[in-house]
Design a protein around this ligand. Sequence first.
Ligand code: NAP
Length: 305
Amino acid sequence: MKTVDVAPEKLIDGKAVAGRIMKDLEAEIRSFSAGGRPPRLSVIIVGENPASQVYVGMKVKKAAACGIDSDLIELPADTPEELLLERIDRLNSDRGVDGILVQMPLPGHLDQQKVIERISPSKDVDGFHPCNLGRLAADKPLFISCTPLGITVLLSEYRVRTEGKNVVVAGRSLIVGKPMALLLASRGKTGNATVTICHSKTENLPAVTRTADILIAAIGIPEIIKGDMVREGAVVIDVGTSRIEDPGSKKGYRIAGDVEFDSVYPRASLITPVPGGVGPMTVAMLMKNTLQAAVLARGESDAQR
Ligand code: NAP
């Protein structure tokens, strides 16, 4: 919870950057659509997880705002795995669909990894498929996971140099931590960093995070990163998005990051807020990836003619 006075120049305003990207995308998509149909994104949600419903609602709304057609496929929580996989197969073979997204997490009886692997890598606009993660590791990226991709764009927008810097990525998930570490360690403008990855078995997390010129927190434990875990002048990127009960708020909950803002803010040179930091960039990158998928699909269909 923010109670400190915040100087705008120390805040990384993901909402504003994402807004500019969406505007540019809107123009690109308009010109793409003039040459045929607009890009199309299919979004599948299984069950009624309230946070997931908010996320898919936002994705569908943002898609419409930038000219992407989308359809929201809502399946009941007890959907059998085979049925979900069949649905994905149909979307994979539908030439009118460019991007497929299955909102995570899935109900417990469904194997998330199996579902991810069923999506055609050429329509995997979330960038979660092992082929896409492998391509990133091999320096031949196709679709890059939206959150890490958005973070590299934010770092670049705020002219944060990564080359030669010590970056600590806290979290090693396949959708955030790992692709983030790969991107930052890769050659290129937003790479060339010396990257350390932390996880639940890391001994003495504070000692490691204190070595970071750039600290990326993607753990999912509210406010686990305290001020004394951060080096003076570090750039702090907070990926964490946890709902915590807050009887004082209208909704009865608030969204908390992994970073304890009040104690970390005074030490950081730049910091992302939650909300309004990484989240909006994730959605903008999803739209960018969907356009990329549509461009690829049109190229392939032109080549077949
Ligand atoms: P995840 O799959 O649960 O991964 C969490 C990672 O944190 C794991 O690698 C885990 O280690 C590590 N970890 C757990 N406890 C730790 C500890 N005490 N010290 C150090 N590392 C620890 O989560 P995720 O999908 O990567 O998401 C992380 C957070 O980001 C969540 O809050 C999620 O909601 C949020 N998120 C936000 C966005 C956005 O757009 N803003 C997008 C995606 C995710 P092990 O590997 O050892 O288990």
